[in-house]
Each structure stands twice: as structure tokens, then as C-alpha cells.
Design a protein around this ligand. Structure first.
Ligand code: GUN
Length: 292
């Protein structure tokens, strides 16, 4: 069993981006600039956005963090996005989700200029991705593909079972894995809360992508010997022994599943850091042009 070390791989990707950004700077060109919007103070969102901003600095990017109160009106938020769309110095715009209930997320996403949509959530980018055209790929699925690529994991002809059909992870990763690319060329089964015989389907998987948001959901009896398991879950579970009062748990019961796997991602230190590396790659491409 080999651990897929997202921390290590993401550091290598960030080091490469830092070199590329230094070259841009040396050539007198503009460095990438990410603008992140955080509404309210959801503790998980705070952590994610702080990591994104910190990673920008590590790679020599500029970043702007715009924070707004939970009570911000939808109109005011949309106006802020329009200002960022019009600001030629800003390459990438990210609105951290989830947003408060009174704000229409779809409207917010649709307002972001697709050429600055480094989360890849705008329907224009989703449509381009599905069509196999150059597009911003959502960061978590992109990070998973970069991880599979880095470890040269054979995917062609393999049966990949994706658990969870979210727009952020499950749906896009199932599309990416089924494409005629490397990694890719998988036969994909996209499962969800209404799937019957889920355990049986998972047992047929060569690759499992667990993105359901339920701690310890995938147990050893659901995993075939030698499977590749990618755990996307970042579940906060109470733990009185921790200073923070919680610890992170994946969607996979790691201790019992890991011994059966050929490769497995840990939580933390697996998909999480890869998501940030992928976001930085998208932001770099927003700066130099998608096909650059
Ligand atoms: N919330 C959970 N995942 C994501 C993500 O990838 N991007 C944004 N903007 N918000 C999220």
C-alpha cells in the first residue's frame, strides 16, 4: 500500500509555479492576482480561504481577500463581483461557498466573468469542460487528476466508482475520469444517495473517489483488494482532546481500508492540498491565457 501524499505533490506543483511566476516577473510581466471573497465567518471557509491566500504568497502571486458580513445584501455582493470583473489587475475571482441562505449562489456564480472563474463553476466553463474544450476545471477534481498523473496510476479501462454527485466534485470528476485522456479512459459509475447496492458496486471498483461528506462512510467490506482509494471528505468531528475541539476525518475508514489498497489518500494531507495547487494552476492560466 502506498500513500498518495498530497502535501508533497502540491509542494512540487507550487515550487514549479513559483519558478514560472519569477520568470514572468523577470520579463517585466504582471504576476497572477487572485481575488477571494469570504462572506460571514464559517470556520471551515475561514481556514480554506486563509490557506489559499497563504499559498498565493508562497508562489509570488498577488492576492486580495474581500471579507463581508453575513448580512451583506445580494445586490452589494454582485456589485463587488462586477468591480472585480472590470479590474484588469485581477486575474482570478473566487467566491468561497457556501453563501448565506438569502444569497442566490447560482446568480453569484453566473456573475463572475468566465475568463476569471478559477473555480470553474460558471456554466460556460462547465459546458466547455464537458465538450473537452480548454476551460477552468474545478479545483478539487483537477487536483485529483494531477495526483493520479503524478503517481502514474493506471486508469485506462479501469472501473472508477465515484460516490457523491455534487457540482463541485462528484459530477466533474466523473466526467474527467471518463474522458479520452491520461489520466482518464475509465469506465465510470457515478453513485449517490439514491443508489441501490452501493457496497456491491464499490466492491467492483478499481478506483474509488469518495466525495459524499460523511465520516467513515467507506468501510473495508466495500473495497476490493488492490483498489485505489481517493478520499475527498474533510469532515469536522468533535474531539475534546484537540485544542480546536475537533479533528478532520475523511469519508473513508482509513485504518481498515488502507491495508487493502494499492494506493490511498490520507485526510488531512491528501486531496486538500491538491485542491489548492490546482486553484493556483488555474489562476496562473487566468493570467497567461488558458491555452498558454
Ligand atoms: N467550498 C467548498 N469547496 C469549494 C471550492 O472548491 N471553491 C469554493 N469557492 N468554495 C468551496
Amino acid at each position: 500500500m502506498q500513500i498518495l501524499d498530497g502535501k508533497l505533490v502540491s509542494e512540487a506543483i507550487k515550487a514549479q509555479l513559483a519558478t514560472q511566476v519569477a520568470e514572468l516577473k523577470a520579463a517585466g510581466k504582471k504576476v497572477p492576482h487572485l481575488a477571494a471573497i469570504l462572506v460571514g465567518n464559517n470556520p471551515a471557509s475561514e481556514t480554506y480561504v486563509a490557506s489559499k491566500v497563504k499559498s498565493c504568497a508562497e508562489c509570488g502571486y498577488n492576492s486580495t481577500l474581500l471579507r463581508f458580513d453575513e448580512q451583506i445584501s445580494e445586490k452589494h455582493l454582485l456589485d463587488q463581483i462586477i468591480l472585480l470583473n472590470e479590474n484588469a489587475d485581477v486575474d482570478g475571482i473566487l467566491v468561497q461557498l457556501p453563501l448565506p441562505k438569502h444569497i442566490n449562489e447560482e446568480l453569484v456564480i453566473n456573475t463572475i466573468d468566465p475568463s476569471k472563474d478559477v473555480d470553474g463553476f460558471h456554466p460556460m466553463n462547465v459546458g466547455k469542460m464537458v465538450s473537452g474544450l480548454p476551460a477552468f476545471i474545478p479545483a478539487t477534481p483537477y487536483g485529483i487528476m494531477l495526483m493520479l498523473e503524478h503517481y502514474n496510476i493506471p486508469t485506462a479501462g479501469k472501473h472508477a466508482v465515484v460516490i457523491g454527485r455534487s457540482h463541485i466534485v462528484g459530477t466533474p470528476v466523473s466526467i474527467l475520469l471518463s474522458r479520452n485522456t491520461n489520466p482518464g479512459n475509465c469506465t465510470v459509475t457515478l453513485t449517490h444517495s439514491r443508489t441501490q447496492n452501493l457496497a456491491e458496486i464499490c466492491r467492483q471498483a478499481d478506483i474509488i473517489i469518495a466525495a459524499i461528506g460523511k465520516p467513515d462512510f467507506v468501510t473495508a467490506d466495500m473495497v476490493k483488494e488492490g483498489a485505489v482509494v481517493v478520499d475527498v471528505g474533510i469532515n469536522r468531528v468533535e474531539d475534546a482532546t484537540k485544542k480546536s475541539g475537533f479533528r478532520l476525518k475523511g469519508d473513508v475508514k482509513f485504518d481498515e481500508v488502507a491495508p487493502k489498497c494499492s494506493f490511498i489518500t490520507p485526510v488531512p494531507g491528501g486531496v486538500g492540498p491538491m485542491t489548492i495547487a490546482a486553484l493556483l494552476k488555474n489562476t496562473y492560466h487566468a493570467n497567461i491565457g488558458l491555452k498558454g
